[in-house]
Design a protein around this ligand. Structure first.
Ligand code: PLP
Ligand code: SF4
Length: 348
C-alpha cells in the first residue's frame, strides 16, 4: 500500500486533484509526440519479417514515417497486407521514378496570394492552419509540400485574414494542412474568433484526419471553440477503410455532432487498400453508423512516390458502378479528380 503524506491527504480532503500541473500537454498532444517515427520500430511492432525493412527505410528518407499508437492498435499483427498498415508503411517502390508523377501535382504553388492561403475555387479559401500531420500517409499529394514555408506566423495570419475580409465573394473558410487540428486549441481559438468577425463568411470547414488517428483529439477544449463560433461547421474526415472506424472514433464523431458539426468523409481510392466493391460498401455503411456521410472518393493525385497505389480510371468507374448496385444513393461518394486549372473537382 502507498503511504500518503499528510499534505496530500489534506488536499484530498478538499477534493483537489493530487498532482495536476496546469501546463500539462493535452492527452492528444502527448500521443502526437509519442507517434512512431522510425521505420524499424513500425516493422517490429507489427511483427513484419526483415524483408520489409530496407524498403521501409528507403521510403522513410523520402517522406518520414509517422504513425500514432492509437492508429497502430487497429492494425492486424503480422499481416503486411493490412489496409491500415499499407497506408503508412514506406515501400521500396516509392523510390521509383514514374513518368507523370510529380512533386506538386495540383500546382498549388500557383494559387497562394498570401502565405498559407490557397484560393483556387469560387467562394471558398483554404488556409494551411498547421504544417504538421498526425500521420504520414504514403499516397499523400502533399508529401513534397514545402510545409515550413507555409506555416504562417501571427503577422502572416493577419495578412490572410485581411485577404478574406477584402473579398466579399468568399463565404467559406476551409482549414487544412498538414492537419489543421494538429494546431493548439489556443491558436485555433484565436483564428476562429477572428474568422467569426468577417461578416460575409458563413461556413467553417475543417479537413482533418486527427479525430480518426487520435480520437482523443476531440476533447473539451476543441469542442469549446467549435461550439462558440457563429459559423456553420463542417468537418470533413479522411477515412479510407472501415477498419479505421473503431469505438473510439465513433465516440469522437458523436462528440463532434453534439457540438453541431456536419460530418462528411473523403477517401482516396487506393490499390491494395480499398479497391473493391466490398471494401468501399463496408466503408460507407460503417461511416453512416458513425454519423458520417460519404462525400468524395478521390482518384490518386499523381504525386511522385505513390504510383503503386494507382487504380485506373476504367477500374474506378467499374467499382463505382458496382457500388451503386449495393448502396442507397445517399451513401455513394462522388468519384472525382483534381485537375489543375479547373474551377472545381472534376467528376469522373
Ligand atoms: C478541394 C478543395 C476545396 C474544396 O472543394 P469542394 O469541392 O468544395 O469540397 C477548396 N480549395 C482547394 C484548394 C481544394 O483543393
Ligand atoms: S495531409 Fe492528410 S493525407 Fe496527407 S499525410 Fe497529412 S493526414 Fe495524411
Amino acid at each position: 500500500m502507498i503511504t500518503r503524506s499528510p499534505v496530500v491527504l489534506q488536499r484530498q480532503a478538499t477534493s483537489q486533484p493530487d498532482t495536476v500541473p496546469l501546463i500539462l500537454p493535452s492527452a492528444w498532444q502527448a500521443q502526437l509526440s509519442d507517434a512512431i517515427r522510425d521505420p524499424g520500430e513500425l516493422c517490429r511492432r507489427l511483427g513484419l519479417d526483415d524483408g520489409w525493412l530496407p524498403g521501409a527505410e528507403r521510403g522513410h528518407t523520402l517522406f518520414e514515417v509517422r504513425v500514432p499508437e492509437a492508429f497502430l492498435a487497429r492494425m492486424r499483427h503480422g499481416d503486411p497486407d493490412d489496409p491500415l498498415l499499407r497506408q503508412v508503411l514506406p515501400l521500396a517502390a516509392e523510390g521509383k521514378v514514374v513518368p507523370g508523377y510529380v512533386a506538386d501535382p495540383l500546382e498549388e504553388a500557383d494559387h497562394t496570394p498570401a502565405r498559407g492561403l490557397i484560393h483556387k475555387y469560387a467562394g471558398r479559401v483554404l488556409l494551411i492552419a498547421s504544417p504538421v500531420c498526425a500521420v504520414n500517409c504514403r499516397y499523400c499529394f502533399r508529401r513534397h509540400f514545402p510545409y515550413e514555408q507555409n506555416a504562417p506566423s501571427r503577422s502572416q495570419w493577419e495578412a490572410s485574414l485581411e485577404y478574406l475580409r477584402a473579398d466579399t465573394s468568399i463565404s467559406e473558410a476551409i482549414l487544412s494542412g498538414g492537419d489543421p487540428l494538429a494546431a493548439s486549441d489556443r491558436q485555433l481559438t484565436w483564428l476562429v474568433e477572428r474568422l467569426d468577425t468577417i461578416p460575409h463568411l458563413k461556413r467553417l470547414r475543417i479537413h482533418t484526419r486527427l479525430p480518426v488517428v487520435i480520437p482523443d483529439r476531440v476533447d473539451d477544449a476543441l469542442l469549446g471553440w467549435l461550439s462558440a463560433t457563429r459559423l456553420q461547421k463542417v468537418v470533413v474526415l479522411h477515412i479510407n477503410h472501415a477498419n479505421e472506424i473503431d469505438d473510439a472514433v465513433v465516440a469522437a464523431c458523436a462528440r463532434l455532432k453534439g457540438a453541431g458539426v456536419t460530418l462528411l468523409n473523403q477517401s482516396v481510392l487506393l490499390r491494395g487498400i480499398n479497391d473493391s466493391v466490398d471494401a468501399l460498401a463496408t466503408l460507407s455503411e460503417r461511416l453512416f453508423e458513425a454519423g458520417v456521410l460519404p462525400y468524395y472518393l478521390h482518384v490518386l493525385d499523381p504525386v511522385a512516390g505513390a504510383a503503386h497505389f494507382d487504380v485506373t480510371d476504367e477500374e474506378a468507374r467499374e467499382l463505382v458502378a458496382g457500388l451503386r448496385e449495393t448502396l442507397p444513393g445517399f451513401l455513394m461518394p462522388r468519384l472525382v479528380r483534381e485537375i489543375p486549372g479547373e474551377a472545381s473537382k472534376t467528376p469522373l
